[in-house]
Design a protein around this ligand. Sequence first.
Ligand code: FER
Length: 257
Amino acid sequence: KIDEYVAAPEGYDKEREGIDHGTVQLIEYKSESVGTVRKANVYLPPKYDPNKKYSVLYLLHGIGGDEWEWMNDGGVPNIIMDNLYADGKVADMIVVMPNGRAAENDSRAGGMASSAAFGVFDKDLIGSLMPYINSHFSTYTDKMHTAIAGLSMGGGQSLNFGLANMDKFAYVGGFSSAPNTQRAAQLIPDVEKVKQENKLLWMVCGGADGLIGNSTQLKAFCDENGIPCTLIKYPEEGHNFVVWKYGLYNFAQLIFK
Ligand code: FER
């Protein structure tokens, strides 16, 4: 069963005048698992206040991207988040956009050859990046305040890592998830555990995207087993930022609430 597509409001991804804006900063952290200094972009919301505490959304990129893909290739995550903040539609959160290619050479030129590096990013994310973020920003560190989502390869990573580490992430999102997405029985070896420990399993994929099978196989398994799970098919859309922006817009409103 596919969930209903509801269009995002006009202008949700356009810079708006007269509202407060967040900031994006590039951070560097030591990666224990890779053995290098790695980079991530961090969106801090309007009026970020270190005396308050923030939830954290880890937002991952695709096979051709890096820590800049969401910002520079048409994702406008800062604009989408600024607008959601201005309208009071999201919980207080920061958004971390890492480089999901956990290898010494993590350049976006790696292409398909870097699939293995995407596969071991969980060690770097959980072992090094999350501790860095939690010690350098004013965050809640528990699973109920931590989410993971991403596009394509990053969608596969989010489903794989998010469901394998439900003690770390209560909210999991896959946008147009790629073939690195594990099959459902592997993703969800324990149906009851997912029902108890996962708070949101949310997916979107373009109806004209050849990769949609990675999402529908998981959705079918969840439906069969009574696991709450959303899959929205974006009508007639392919593998692109129209879908991924929509994904961020919707996912961000559902987490930490
Ligand atoms: C594949 C097709 C697409 C694949 C990965 C992708 C690992 C990833 C696409 C993207 O991240 O945009 O067969 O195999």
